[in-house]
Write a new protein. Structure first.
Length: 202
């Protein structure tokens, strides 16, 4: 905050509703407390940037979760449609496979974007050879080594980028005795393995 033509200054303010103090009508009151020092302003800017960076990371994670939910909702929707007729025409099955493949592409792309953006964040803010970058890379390696799902998704993304859409097959079955529909989504293993160099060892 500053007057026109004056050097920029920042001030600490107390903002409150007057009715909370005297029980009267609502009225916003703004009271100046003191001017902030340049050191305090710099500390505020640095802390604010940390919060903004964290919010940006959360947006990527949220976008990835939304893509996963889109996939789940699509599978559930196909199951509900099948439950109405208990019929799955071939052209509908092909359409479902294509749509679910498309949604998987969205998931893998956002997954890789989250990883790559994090790499850039640590490198830009701490340095490519910093302790923070080392810890981040160690966390990635631990996730890769310890979780088959992480390794599969990582390699699937490479397959999608360099080879083709993910080949999947959709099948449905029903059970009158328990009144439910089962939707099964399978990867076509042989088609995935056409380009074996994209998989290595899982």
């Amino acid at each position: 905050m500053c007057e026109k033509g004056a050097p920029e200054t920042w001030h600490l303010l107390h903002i409150f509703d007057k009715s909370e103090v005297d029980g009267g009508d609502k009225q916003m009151v703004i009271q100046g407390v003191r001017q902030l020092t340049q050191e305090e302003v710099a500390a505020f800017d640095a802390d604010n940037q940390i919060v903004m960076d964290y919010a940006s990371c959360l947006r990527l994670v949220k976008a990835l979760r939304l893509n996963v939910q889109d996939f789940v909702d699509a599978v559930q929707g196909y199951g509900e449609t099948f439950a109405e007729t208990y019929d799955l025409p071939e052209h509908h099955a092909e359409e479902m496979s294509l749509n679910l493949s498309r949604l998987l592409v969205n998931i893998t792309a956002m997954f890789r974007a989250a990883v790559d953006h994090s790499d850039v964040y640590f490198s830009r803010n701490f340095g490519a050879h910093s302790e923070e970058m080392h810890l981040w890379k160690s966390a990635q390696a631990a996730a890769y080594d310890g979780a088959f799902g992480y390794r599969f998704l990582y390699r699937l993304r490479n397959y999608i980028q360099h080879v083709d859409l993910p080949p999947i097959a959709v099948s449905m079955s029903s059970s009158a005795s328990v009144n439910h529909v089962t939707v099964r989504v399978d990867f076509e293993r042989d088609e995935l393995l056409v380009e074996r160099t994209k998989w290595k060892s899982l």
